[in-house]
Design a protein around this ligand. Sequence first.
Ligand code: NAD
Length: 253
Amino acid sequence: MQGLLEQRVVIVTGAGSGIGRAAAEVMAREGAIVIASDLRLASVEETAQRIVDAGGRALATCTDVSKLDQLDALHDLTFKEFGRLDGAFNNAGIPGDGLALADHTEAGFDALIAVNLKAVWYGMKRQIELMLPHGGGAIVNTASVGGIVGKPGLSVYCATKHAVIGLTKTAALEYGSRGVRVNAVCPGVVRTAMVDTVMAGQRGAEDEWSKLQPIGRMGTPEEIGEAVAWLLSPRASLIHGHALVADGGLTVA
Ligand SMILES: NC(=O)c1ccc[n+]([C@@H]2O[C@H](COP(=O)([O-])OP(=O)(O)OC[C@H]3O[C@@H](n4cnc5c(N)ncnc54)[C@H](O)[C@@H]3O)[C@@H](O)[C@H]2O)c1
């Protein structure tokens, strides 16, 4: 039986941990050739090794997405190795710092914008340039339920994720007729290192955060990876410009 992404060349950023690692593994299981990139080389090499050990194909590369020359290197490497790009999951991100809006520093603001927003724009720019001459491709950007609603203590984080949805919808309008399908995924509370960091030191946080989602538990990175693999696949051919919420019902409460 054919996988969802058979022979498709797909870039995943933030693939050293959490949602990015899980998505890379799901996609490889579905037949994709994964270019797994992350700021942390050892972590992303581990992701690639896990894929290879499971019988899949992956290449690990170190990329700080906040540096445009490193994003160039990632896309140039992909084209040099494989001659094309079929899919991309722009996922690398950093959390908010829990400060109220007036307490944010300029440095904190700039760091969130650089990783969570500017890198998504520049990644998409390079991906679209690579995809257009080959008849198109598919892109998924990681937004968040923080791209749909606000959350106290996460003003700048939420601003970046709202903006990612804005980039997604606009790119869908601009490039859909030329074969590039663009969507976003909006995870709710997913148990990853990022969430563990935010919960650290808050007594009862695990229970409280689980109850935020009507399903009564946090999501798993694999559950988001499944959604992303489908969105990137031809089986989602009519899904375009959409921000897919995967939050166990959090935002319908
Ligand atoms: N976990 C959640 O509940 C949740 C909810 C909504 C959205 N998200 C989003 O999901 C994405 C992945 O988060 P996660 O929960 O898997 O977190 P995570 O911390 O487990 O993984 C994030 C990965 O991104 C990498 N990264 C950070 N800065 C980078 C940079 N400058 N360049 C390259 N890589 C970098 C980290 O090294 C790490 O491997 C993020 O965009 C996050 O905002 C997460």
